[in-house]
Design a protein around this ligand. Sequence first.
Ligand SMILES: Cc1cc2nc3c(=O)[nH]c(=O)nc-3n(C[C@H](O)[C@H](O)[C@H](O)COP(=O)(O)O)c2cc1C
Length: 209
Amino acid sequence: MADEPKLFEVMYTCRAMRRLKPDPVPEELLLRLIDAANQAPSGSNLQNARWIIVRDRAQKERLAELNRKGVERYIQEQRIPELPHQPREKRERMLKAVLWQAEHMAEIPALIIACLEFLAPPPDTFAAGANAGGSIWPGVQNLLLAARALGLGATPTTLVFSDRPAAKAVLGLPENVEPFCMIPVGWPMGRFGPVSRRPVQEIVHWDRW
Ligand SMILES: Cc1cc2nc3c(=O)[nH]c(=O)nc-3n(C[C@H](O)[C@H](O)[C@H](O)COP(=O)(O)O)c2cc1C
């Protein structure tokens, strides 16, 4: 493990890597990602995160189709041509990468679905609400960092769940299991580079807003 990059280097270069090669990723590495995700905290230590690794081509095609529909709607409804921290040209580059991934989703070697298993079927508002994912997102971030450390590209995606019932049906999820994030994983075509974030001075408040 001595040749693996250090934690802060990993964090600061853990970009969304959407253009991925079709080359397979060894099962052992995929399980290592899930094992890293599984070290994350969960509310009340419920340890109710569940992970589905989709490699079957037909399953990937089905998820790719759902994602494509979500991406098309997202692009059509795009009303943010630029942001203070993301000039137009960078935003357009991001959207191009989102489209590239939408077109190649089924060729990506593994689509990892992050789910939570609830004791009983949760109300819709809970599953979709902003606070609902507290016990899954720390694991997702661990997985992204682990992928980066192993030289694998990954991106957290959610547009595939625009039609949640259809995604649940494809994955065969029982009523008490909700999907939150799909992470396409593979060997990157491009190179890792630093993430671009707003300076800390702009986003921190001391003692009160
Ligand atoms: C909650 C959440 C949902 C996201 N959904 C998608 C998605 O559906 N498709 C996609 O390509 N990227 C998705 N992303 C990735 C973001 O676009 C990406 O993290 C952001 O643009 C920063 O990219 P960077 O790390 O390369 O700077 C999502 C990220 C988060 C945190």
